[in-house]
Design a protein. Sequence first.
Length: 299
Amino acid sequence: MSRFLITLCFSFFLNPTQAYAWNAAGHRLVASIAWQQLSAPSQDFIAAALARHPDYPRWVKKSHSTDPAEIFAEASTWPDDIRNDPRFYNDGREPATAPIAGLPDNARHKRWHYVDLDAQGEVHNGEIDVQIKRLSQLLRPPPTGSALRSTQKNEQISYALPWLLHLVGDIHQPLHVGRNSDAGGNEVEIENPFNKRLPFSSLHTFWDDLPGPPWLRGKRLAKNVADLLDRYPAPEQGNVAQWRNESHRLLDAAYPRENGSLLPIVSETFLKEAREIAHRRIVEAGYRLGNLLENTLTQ
Ligand SMILES: [Zn+2]
């Protein structure tokens, strides 16, 4: 194939934007598993906080439901949804957009979705681990004597929740604790003959899309959750640093080992192994998110 045709193929098939997360199916699966781990008082507290969020009406519309479990699942994709929303801005690169009533911050915070490590294992870029710890702190009641008014505290909690649901999912995706040298697999092009819709993509996008189709909701989502919970046990809870390091160690298994005529190619064995890792990580993220929320809200 001529260089021109190769370039044409890639520019046609490759997703032109950087990928940032498990796709929506992955996040809804994680959130649905987490919801089942929560006590009734914690579920009620979270449902009330999400109902106060300025984008609650959008979640109702997208999920066609006011059921708190479905709203919780929908809220988990909010940090990705705001990437294409003109009310939000790219911090560090653009001037701030007008404040949104009820929301303390309307930056897109793309660096919160990942960390990249250098060859020595040091964090080179990104803030996912730091932000998970900070956002969980925001859920705690204010210290006695705090000057924070209750409306401000309520806004903080409604803001922190969708971010926390999302980032605990992302930190379990191996490519979100990726190698700085290839921007977490965003700069690695692969061929996937098993995906007729997207036969060429970045390695990062391949991993983001493993959990299932992005429109997964309702009964099919519940069925997938039940299947996953049957297949994988509850993990050790660990802590944020452990979740991060586990993902980074999985990178050795995350790159295709065979080469096609042009690019590294996804084989049947590799696809099976990658799906297995993705599904197990989703279950681990779900249990851990549930426990993190329950412990934070009840301490
Ligand atoms: Zn993300």
